[in-house]
Ligand binder design. Structure first.
Ligand code: 16G
Ligand code: ZN
Length: 551
């Protein structure tokens, strides 16, 4: 019928690359941009099917995040704004690897039948498409649109260049029935930031006025969007570097959150002039954020203030508000609601951060690497805070708890309005508006960090001193087949190849405070090794000896 011939004719324009097997990994499909046309076209089809199936708005983001500028990738945002439902991932793989139009159409028909997707095109559905600043993005967006429009009733809406979290935010908002444009995102961020600042006890300290933050935009979309956001903020001085404008540097080359976190050196255009200043780095699509300090004029080494420290800062602030709120007693002398606060980390979290969080009395759980895992776990709490050490994370609020907070702020008597409890509830509500509820978001993350530092009256040095990171080392080992390593227990135990875990343990016990694990990368053909110990030499040596076991 009509649908079949539509698919056959459009797919013949997108022959798949020969001799490559693609897989929808932790971060969607990612590869050299030159081989992605057919994959992106096919993911366009998948997104359209997902939209018809859920009768919701779906998002498509064209980005390769922190990877090099010649790479690109594509991932799907589900109706909630989160990652594509995991039970659709195998279908994504199957589609991407279909040999020819006939097979492709056959696979689609089979899937449509299986999932009982009603493809009559009767009701139209919308797919929001956005891309980062990569030059290959433009033609890939075209391919995505072709895929989308090969499904009857599916309509692509091209939003141009956005950060990844912005796209996720838009999808989420649209499915909540809000008529939003990308300017609404900036309005919500800036007004909730303002709200937090207005609630600072005793107001902003005068010395804050010329206390600036310098942000490395990774020569990508984040720098550009931050420039825009800045114009809507008061009381925050931000200097953007590596904003990607005016023929400056190359995307992610010697810049950005991934570079800074892995290499622990200053990014391009930072140096001796920045000693002691509060600095931050975004990644190429602005879903990761790390802070750093340049400690001395004589070296390019930095003090990294990573995702774990951001998590700790957020946790302290949330805990403080909750403890203020818990002093609120109702007329019967009961405190009627106990908020469940949970912290979610991965095995990459520095052991010192986990110790610190537990000392604060917080519940800490671990999941495998990858936002979808952390996000899912965090969503089980009233307030769930998750972060990867690499700087991807956010704070999730359950609908139930938000409703409760809202009633607190409205039912409190006039006397209680303006009370500490009232303010704490307002702060938590402002945080839920500011911090992206769909995915980790460097721009909203920067604003929340800045608001909390102002609230606490802390310098970045004071913040960094919450605890001291244990020395660590990450290595990667190129292997023929990374699937040979299978892990369990949130990637802390390798169950295959046989004996590898025992050998790793035997090395680890040789080092005081030693901790080490291996896992297959979800984005590259490598096995990653992480080691931590009481000294840098020990961590290096542990990582090296375990890397030899893998080789
Ligand atoms: C992707 C993940 C990130 C994870 C990283 C691990 C998303 C949106 N991003 O960038 O969370 O930390 O992969 O990479 O899920 P690896 O598997 O190569 O170590
Ligand atoms: Zn990213």
């Amino acid at each position: 019928e009509e649908q079949r011939s539509l698919l056959l004719s459009s797919s013949s324009r997108f022959p798949p690359p020969q001799g490559v097997k693609l897989s929808y990994g932790t971060a969607g499909f990612r590869a050299d941009a030159s081989i992605l046309q057919s994959t992106v076209y096919r993911v366009g089809i998948l997104a359209a099917l997902r939209a018809v199936n859920t009768q919701s708005v779906i998002g498509l983001m064209i980005t390769a995040s922190h990877n090099k500028v010649s790479d690109n990738g594509i991932k799907v945002a589900d109706p909630s704004g989160g990652m594509l439902s995991q039970d659709w991932e195998p279908f994504a793989d199957t589609l991407a690897n279909a040999r020819d139009p006939e097979q492709l159409v056959h696979l689609i028909a089979e899937f449509v039948e299986n999932k009982k997707i009603a493809l009559d095109g009767a009701k139209s559905v919308e797919i929001l498409v956005a891309r980062d600043t990569r030059p290959s993005g433009e033609s890939l967006v075209e391919a995505a649109k072709q895929g989308i429009s090969s499904i009857l009733g599916a309509v692509a809406h091209d939003l141009g260049i956005l950060t990844t979290p912005q796209l996720h935010w838009m999808v989420r908002a649209r499915n909540k029935g809000l008529k939003v444009s990308d300017i609404d995102y900036f309005k919500q961020l800036s007004s909730s930031f303002r709200c937090l600042v207005d609630l600072i006890p005793g107001g902003i300290h005068p010395s804050d006025v010329d206390d600036k933050l310098v942000v490395d935009g990774a020569n990508g979309v984040g720098g550009e969007k931050l420039e825009l956001l800045k114009t809507m903020l008061n009381g925050l001085v931000i200097e953007t570097r590596n904003s990607g404008k005016g023929g400056g540097g190359v995307l992610n080359e010697g810049v950005g959150a991934d570079y800074v976190q892995k290499e622990k050196v200053v990014p391009c255009s930072f140096g001796p002039q920045d000693v002691g200043i509060r600095c931050a780095s975004l990644d190429g699509d602005a879903d990761r954020l790390v802070y750093f300090i340049v400690p001395s004029r004589s070296s390019n080494k930095i003090e990294l203030v990573d995702g774990d420290k951001i998590l700790s800062l957020f946790a302290i602030f949330i805990k403080e508000q909750l403890s203020i709120l818990s002093k609120e007693i109702d007329v019967n002398g009961n405190n009627d609601y106990q908020c469940r606060l949970g912290i979610v980390q991965t095995a990459y979290a520095n052991g010192a951060s986990t110790d610190y969080l537990k000392q604060l009395g917080l519940e800490v759980t671990f999941t495998p690497t990858g936002v979808k895992h952390l996000h899912e776990k965090a969503a089980e709490y009233d307030i769930g805070i998750y972060f990867e050490a690499n700087g991807h994370g956010t704070i999730l609020f359950s609908e139930h708890y938000l409703r409760w907070l809202e009633t607190r702020t409205t039912v409190l008597s006039d006397v209680a309005k303006g009370s500490e409890q009232h303010k704490a509830a307002l702060r938590l509500l402002a945080v839920s508006e500011l911090i992206n509820q769909a995915v980790g978001d460097a721009l909203s993350g920067v604003l929340l960090v800045e608001a909390i530092l102002k609230h606490m009256g802390w310098s970045i040095q004071r913040w960094n001193e919450l605890y001291q990171d244990l020395p660590s080392r990450q290595l990667k080992v190129k292997v023929m087949d990374r699937t040979a390593v299978v892990t369990e227990n949130a990637e802390t135990v390798a169950v295959t190849p046989p004996g590898i875990q025992e050998a790793t343990n035997a090395e680890t016990v040789k080092y005081p405070r030693g901790r080490c694990f291996i896992r297959p990368s979800g984005t590259e053909d490598v096995i990653r090794v992480y080691a931590e110990a009481s000294t840098q030499n020990a961590a290096d040596s542990l990582a090296n000896s375990v890397a030899k076991l893998v080789d």
